[in-house]
Design a protein around this ligand. Structure first.
Ligand code: CO8
Length: 374
């Protein structure tokens, strides 16, 4: 029989700065007014389309987002800049993402009643890493004084769930005693704040989880992993093309086509049924049925998506207690969304309660873990 693996601690770190929809829209609309004024002649001649305003009401209705955290607010709302002004750190300083990762990791370790000496594998898994190497995970491992190994993983929105599956498999196989999975989602540098379709979508945050074998777990809120599944299906509907080859292609690495962009409508239509089918199959695979699930910690990209998926699964609307939404405060935080929902809403479950952590997004990718409170 497989050794039982437990999620024994979770940590959530919020940046100190926030941007509300109203602030974001005021900045975008001022930028649009300036753009339209600068191109007034072409717009009047019909050779260029005037850009329309964004609206806070649209954003909340279409997505459920009311505000987002941002690692550095300075610069982001300035019409002349429209991107964060993140101070450069030299090679001797702790990197931005390592700092975010450490903030979340320390909370997860404390909640798991573990110290760095109990950990021997560190996975930093998120939508982007700020450099190729040395891995952010190895920097975090060094800062915490962990003996063992670390590596980075990129799977966009499913980075956290896919890493949790890697962690669970390593613990079952005996190649690790304790694993830290950390998701420092520094999304803001890849957001095109001049794009009306996507300027509102993302927020920055860091989450972390500690996983260990059941026999070492002493934490008060441990969750046994009953099963996990990762699946991918290629799609170009969500893309971020920025990359190192631009240096040799002689292309602008950070042009609009290389920042985040998507066909949101198609993503919505294609991913919702896939996610619902995946969840139903995954719950059945561990011998449970949908009504046995006490809580759904779902990916947080869009409130309407989550409502559609849970309605398909349950045959009725899910209550906020059954499927918590954190989008209003956090926006879409790439892979961290379902982990934030877990961090904020897992201590009230009682022994024997079942829950599902699930992500869905770019790739396409879907990842899920069915868990039971100890
Ligand atoms: N303000 C006012 N009106 C707007 C705005 C705006 N900001 N934007 C669009 N509109 C208008 C459109 O022009 C359109 O007008 P009309 O009907 O006259 O043509 C109307 O509103 C409707 O537009 P859409 O059809 O585009 O709007 P939707 O209702 O589809 O909502 C959403 C747009 C919210 C984007 C929605 O489609 C959605 O959320 N889809 C799911 C997308 C999703 O889940 N994507 C996952 C992306 S995240 C991911 O995979 C991880 C990436 C890694 C992190 C990246 C970090 C940068």
């Amino acid at each position: 029989m497989d050794a039982a693996v437990v999620i024994s601690g979770a940590g959530l770190w919020r940046p100190e700065h926030r941007i509300t929809n109203e602030e974001l829209v005021a900045s975008y609309n001022a930028w649009v007014d300036r753009y339209n004024a600068q191109h007034a002649a072409a717009i009047a001649a019909g050779t260029l389309e005037a850009k329309p305003h964004s609206s806070a009401e649209f954003i909340e209705k279409a997505s459920g987002i009311r505000s987002r955290y941002i690692y550095v607010k300075d610069g982001t709302l300035e019409v002349e800049r429209m991107r964060p002004r993140i101070p450069h750190r030299g090679e001797d300083a702790l990197s931005h993402q390592a700092e975010m990762a450490l903030n979340a990791a320390r909370i997860a370790l404390a909640n798991a009643h573990k110290s760095p000496s109990d950990i021997d594998m560190v996975i930093v898994s998120c939508a982007y890493t700020e450099r190729a190497y040395p891995a952010i995970a190895i920097e975090v491992q060094h800062a915490l004084g962990i003996a063992g190994f670390g590596f980075d993983m990129l799977v966009a929105c499913s980075a956290a769930t896919f890493a949790l599956q890697r962690a669970s498999d390593a613990l079952k196989a005996g190649s690790a005693r304790g694993v830290l999975v950390i998701n420092p989602e520094l999304t803001s540098p890849q957001v095109n704040y001049c794009d009306r379709d996507s300027h509102f979508i993302f927020g920055d945050v860091a989450t972390a989880m500690v996983l260990e074998r059941a026999e070492t777990c002493t934490a008060p809120h441990g969750y046994t992993v009953l099963g996990s599944r990762a699946m991918t299906l290629y799609s170009s509907n969500i893309r971020s093309n920025f990359g190192y080859v631009a240096h040799a292609e002689d292309t602008e690495p950070f042009g609009p086509e290389n920042l985040f962009h998507q066909n949101g409508r198609r993503v919505f239509k294609e991913v919702c049924p896939m996610a619902a089918d995946h969840l139903e199959a995954q719950v059945a695979a561990v011998g449970l049925a949908v009504p046995d699930i006490r809580r759904w910690w779902l990916h947080q990209a869009n409130i309407n998506m989550n409502q559609l998926i849970t309605r398909r699964l349950l045959g009725r609307d899910a209550s906020p207690d059954e499927a918590p939404i954190v989008l209003d405060e956090f926006a879409n935080t790439a892979s961290a969304g379902s982990i934030i929902a877990f961090c904020l809403h897992h201590e009230d479950l009682v022994a024997g309660d079942h829950g599902v952590i699930c992500s869905f997004g770019a790739g396409y990718s879907i990842g899920s873990l069915v868990v039971r409170k100890r």
